[in-house]
Design a protein around this ligand. Sequence first.
Ligand code: FMN
Length: 198
Amino acid sequence: MGKKLKLVAVSGSLSNPSRTTTLLSAIVGELQKKLPLDVHFIELQKLGPLLGGSLSRLELPQPAVDEIIKIEEADLLAVATPVYRASVTGLFKHLFDFVGHETLFNTPVLLAATGGSDRHALVIDHQLRPLFSFFQALTLPVGVYASEADFSDLDPGYGIGSDALQERIALAVERALPYLQSRLPTNGTRQPFLVELK
Ligand SMILES: Cc1cc2nc3c(=O)[nH]c(=O)nc-3n(C[C@H](O)[C@H](O)[C@H](O)COP(=O)(O)O)c2cc1C
């Protein structure tokens, strides 16, 4: 039986190529260097058209429901969104509006965002962190924000274009590790994060 954490990565970007998805892939790559992970990657750029026309979970097509169940059953989430109008993208929020409100208790969530400049870096703490606090998820201490200047233009996509960003990614993962290592399954079942409160 594999002893891996189920990581679900969610990119709220609507673009392809995408700086946000590039950042999230780099974060996932850094996590994979440190932990045995079973990775499932969800891109709103692909999933969005299946979500956009549905106003309730009952209306969702099955492939979209399957992706939402992956989120609900994750051991660990890594989420990233571009800043749109000083917030997360509408489809990112729409996706999480379909996620069961009792399904993410204590699930660790690594937060990340990209924006046109550094002025909206607090989107992580003012928009993403409260959203996952609602779910009583465990938002990890260090989030990663990157602006357009942090990326290099590669043909046909983007790359991590600054050492400073690479260092922020490494720091976020390093600070996350104490919360994650204790969750590695020892017998194939999901482990509680903390000792039960008396
Ligand atoms: C509709 C729209 C709204 C945006 N609003 C903001 C904003 O409020 N603040 C900001 O810093 N950047 C804003 N941007 C820029 C994007 O956040 C930025 O280019 C991001 O890195 C794009 O990520 P992507 O390559 O994954 O699409 C906006 C871009 C779009 C298309």
